[in-house]
Design a protein around this ligand. Structure first.
Ligand code: DAH
Length: 369
């Protein structure tokens, strides 16, 4: 066996000598620990383990060594590379942990920060209640009717059997468009829509009409020159006051809760005969506060009933005025104020809150539909 060729001894191939390799390793390790980001570390990895790194270049020398020397050099090279790879893996993990922590901070959301997004308003309860009422009656087969807010005096008064000398027909109550004899007014109630419906629709008629009306009242806690009513009208064969009462009870329950009934009190309206005031059973105390000083009710002032609107059987004179034969057809009508309905349903004490358009008021009603 010949002695190993000295010139191929790895100790003498300078780049494979333990000192030089140790030098490569320590250079690599200090570069690795100096890398402050995963990008920097990538470059360090390339420089110290890539094809042109000192370690790789030294590794190539091993191939030319005699077999006996290869093992030792290979082992040393393996250890050197192992040390560099271990340092790379450890630093990679450290840097990934730092990156993730930074990302969490960067992407964190401060839910208490003011957003600059404008506060949302709310739908006005008058809009909502008009839709609710329409839904209740459409479910009964009624149609939604509409009429203009600027109305002819004939439809607003004469056709409804309101005589020319009726006190409501003066400038004290009615807004006239132009002069008092212009014949054109801002409608003072939704009742002219009854006439429009009778003139324009096929019989039988089942209509509901929520809408805006006008009277020359000063704005105060219980009055407004602009307010809302809902009008109901039915014309069919064989309609009686029992139909009216049943319909009003159903309406009351859908607005105020199950079991709430209405009461009719004899009254007078020129366009209905007989006529009645509609009272609503107090939906808070349901009548238990009457003659019961121990449990007074603020909603109905312990009366058990709340005035809600007017109603009656359509006056045959009105049927005739619109060309409907009262011998064949009969009908009922009713009308109530929506502000009033909302006021007692929600305990609103000042009419002005409903007029002023302050979002702090409407928002309290949310987005309810
Ligand atoms: N139009 C009446 C008013 O404004 C309310 C009213 C009463 C309407 C009786 C009706 C009714 O349809 O039958 O005071």
């Amino acid at each position: 066996m010949s002695a190993p060729n000295k010139s191929f001894d790895p100790v003498e191939v300078t780049t494979l000598s333990p000192e030089v390799l140790a030098g490569f390793v320590s250079e690599a390790i200090s570069a690795i620990s100096a890398a402050n980001s995963l990008d920097e570390l990538k470059e360090v990895r390339l420089a110290h383990t890539g094809d042109r790194s000192p370690l790789s270049l030294a590794n190539r020398e091993i191939g030319a060594l005699p077999p006996a020397a290869k093992a030792e050099a290979g082992k040393r090279m393996g250890e050197s590379r192992g040390a560099v790879n271990a340092a790379l893996a450890a630093r990679t993990q450290e840097l990934e942990t730092l990156r993730d922590a930074a990302l969490l901070i960067e992407e964190s959301v401060d839910v208490t920060t003011a957003t600059g997004v404008r506060a949302q308003g709310g739908r006005h309860p008058l809009t909502t209640i008009q839709e609710q009422i329409a839904d209740v009656f459409v479910a009964l087969g009624y149609q939604l009717a509409e009429g203009p807010e600027i109305e002819s005096e004939w439809l607003n008064f004469d056709a409804l059997n309101i005589a020319p000398d009726h006190p409501a027909r003066t400038m004290q109550d009615t807004f006239f468009i132009g002069s008092e004899d212009s014949g054109i007014v801002l409608r003072t109630h939704t009742s002219p829509v009854q006439i429009r419906s009778m003139l324009n629709r096929e019989l039988p008629i089942y209509v509901i009409c929520p809408g805006r009306v006008f009277r020359t009242d000063e704005l105060d806690s219980t009055h407004s020159p602009v307010f809302h009513q809902v009008e109901g009208l039915v014309i069919d064969k064989g309609i009686t006051m029992a139909d009216l009462k049943g319909t009003l009870d159903h309406f009351a329950q859908s607005m105020f809760g199950e079991g709430i009934v209405t009461r009719l009190r004899p009254s007078y309206f020129p366009f209905t005969e007989p006529s009645a005031e509609v009272d609503l059973q107090c939906f808070v105390c349901r009548g238990t506060s009457v003659d019961n000083p121990d449990a007074p009710c603020r909603t109905c002032r312990s009366e058990g009933w709340i005035e809600w609107g007017g109603c009656g059987m359509v006056n045959p004179k009105v049927l005739v005025a619109t060309g409907i034969d009262p011998e064949i057809y009969s009908g009922f009508a009713f009308g109530m104020g929506l502000e009033r309905t909302l006021m007692f349903r929600h305990g609103i004490t000042d009419m002005r809150d409903m007029v002023e358009g302050d979002v702090r008021f409407t928002r309290a009603f949310g987005l309810g539909v």
